[in-house]
Design a binder for this molecule. Structure first.
Ligand SMILES: [Zn+2]
Length: 299
């Protein structure tokens, strides 16, 4: 090999190395841009944050703390936040409503942020008088809604994100289920085309069946979006349960509503409903599906 040839070869090798480096840095830049899309990891961190606040039972210190935190997260994502303050059966209720702009909501996405006062399904009798931590039953739905707040494009159809208080104290003296969403439907003027509730959607082994009472047209729209995105193993296309949940008051008023829920969760209303039972992948499957469903509704 001549000296000139070896210089030529070295030049080619270094040029190729430089190209590889440029390609890698460009792919990192792409990933930065991608951070505007739904992140399961960020949603999972929000589950952990909520559980670290302790229980969020309606009327508790944790309930107020999570409400202030949600407001701050929503406002820093560019949403206007209103608190609907009311009461049922003498219990104060605070629903958190996030909007962008003054247009009436075409889509309402909802989740409950309170946790249950008693872990009455816990296998240990002594635990049944203690409150749950609600990593899946409470925090998972809130986490998906907050991550949608950060990532939904602001030219989407008008969306409200509603965080309901006092969902989870049914079958307890002096309380009932879904007090917050009932109060919302009774007191707030709305005429949305669709309401979608997410509840218990963080289970690491996530199997969401069609909920029987849900609006059939909207639920099949959401299930086909999920299938197209590759989540057919999570959104299972058969009916299983009929639920009383935060979608119920909307349905009773004739508003099309869907409940997205995986009710097969062995830690339901136990002290073991903790973040280790929840996965970022599950939160992503639901969040990514809803992100696309909302964005495509505006097209
Ligand atoms: Zn519950």
């Amino acid at each position: 090999m001549t000296k000139r040839n070896s210089i030529l070869y070295l030049t080619i090798i270094f040029s190729l190395l430089a190209l590889v480096l440029i390609y890698y840095s460009a792919s990192f830049i792409d990933r930065e841009v991608d951070s505007v899309s739904f992140s399961g990891e960020r949603a999972y961190a929000d589950v952990v944050t909520q559980v670290e606040m302790g229980n969020r039972v309606s009327g508790s210190a944790g309930n107020e703390q999570v409400r202030q935190w949600m407001r701050a997260e929503l406002e820093s994502a560019g949403w206007d936040v209103e608190i609907q303050q009311t009461e049922r059966f003498g219990h104060p209720i605070y629903n958190v409503i996030a909007k962008r702009g003054d247009e009436p909501a075409q889509i309402i996405l909802g989740a409950h942020y309170d946790t249950r006062m008693f872990a009455d399904n816990d296998p240990l009798f002594a635990n049944r008088s203690l409150p749950t931590l609600g990593a899946n039953d409470g925090a998972s739905g809130v986490a998906v809604l907050l991550e949608l707040a950060r990532t939904l494009p602001d030219d989407s159809v008008p969306v409200w994100l509603v965080f309901f208080d006092a969902e989870d104290n049914g079958r307890i003296e002096g309380w009932d289920w879904i007090l917050g969403s009932r109060a919302f439907v009774e007191e707030i003027e709305i005429n949305p085309q669709a309401v979608v509730i997410v509840d218990m959607i963080g289970d690491a082994n996530l199997n969401i069946h069609l909920e029987k009472n849900s609006n059939h047209i909207i639920r099949s729209e959401i299930w086909s979006t999920a299938e197209r995105l590759g989540y057919a193993d999570v959104f299972i296309n058969t009916e299983k349960y009929a639920m009383l949940d935060d979608h119920t008051p909307f349905l009773e008023k004739g508003i099309p509503a869907v409940d997205i829920i995986d009710f097969d969760y062995e830690y339901w209303h136990t002290l073991a409903d903790t973040p280790d039972k929840v996965s970022a992948d599950s939160l992503l499957a639901v969040g990514d599906t809803l992100w696309h469903w909302v964005v495509e509704r505006g097209q």
